[in-house]
Design a protein around this ligand. Sequence first.
Ligand SMILES: Cc1ncc(COP(=O)(O)O)c(C=O)c1O
Length: 370
Amino acid sequence: MKFQEFTLERIQSLYENTVEHNLSDSGVHPYTLRELLNPEQLSSLLDVELGYGWTNGGTELRQSVANLYKNRTPDDVIITNGSAEANFLLVMSVLNPGDDLIVFVPNYLQMWGWAKALGVNVVEVQLREELGWLPDMDELHAAITPRTKMITICHPNNPTGSLLDEAAMTELVDIARAHDLYLHADEVYRGSELDGHETATFADLYDKAIVTAGLSKALALPGLRIGWLVGPADVIYTCWQAKDYTSITTSAISEYVANIVIQPEKRAEVLNRSRTLLNANVDLLSGWLKENNQYSCHLPKAGGMAFMRYAMPINSTKLIHEIREKRSIMLLPGDVYGLDGYIRIGIGAPIEHLRVGLKELSDYTKNNFA
Ligand SMILES: Cc1ncc(COP(=O)(O)O)c(C=O)c1O
């Protein structure tokens, strides 16, 4: 088996901790435990027993996750180490060499790369910039073959922050149902919608939907490494069997904190913090774009990143490395999505970081490409 480099993660791993202003993240600036929990909760952490726990996640936590969806039980849920492990298990458990997996691109590309390594035939359907980074459903129809087993969508989308409206979500479900396909949605950015209206989850719309979610992005807690899958109980059980070969279980401390965070009132509080920060940063970015006409962007509707097109004659990987080396700002190149001519900028950082980052980016652009 041969892995193609997961360039998006590789570039971040190499450089994101080496710069003064990291604007390469896609989530919201993380909490400390002290900010997140009250003194009583902090003190109760000291009594958490550091055992293995349940390898598919504690029953109480799985019940709390199930409560986030309609008509779900703990058997429809598995808790994973980040949503990355959720995606990993799903590909490993459901797809076989020779199956077709339809992937809307651009997207995070983890499922894309892992499925390819397993010999799955990955079929791309483009999100169209001219449609506000949404798909043309005729292209989806054309991509389906008798070998298609699953469609996967990142929704809200990484890197563009685009969102399907209700009609398009229904259309996608109808297409999956008509062909009896699994529909996988990576919903880690759900809940961070800037207008405050939380998008429906595919898990509530289709019995063969499998949803990835977790605490890392909209909920601003990537260091807890808690994700999950919600889906048909037989699929979840197969993923649980695969988990025996990966990490066995998640951390007892993280599960304990997760169960506090996803209770409705706390979850609403955390999401409110995320949306407040993101809205302020999108306003800043939108003002900056008006004054920096070498850059343009469909502003994101959700998530902690914006995908900007630029007009300068320079390769995106070269551009981000120059800015990193000369200005200590970390951005992501469109190249990691196979889209040169774009950069991804994090808008989930504290506003001062974004302000400095944008100023450095304008100065660099003016000095080099005026
Ligand atoms: C769409 C998407 N899914 C999954 C992940 C993995 O996140 P984590 O494992 O921290 O939950 C990321 C990280 O950027 C992502 O963007």
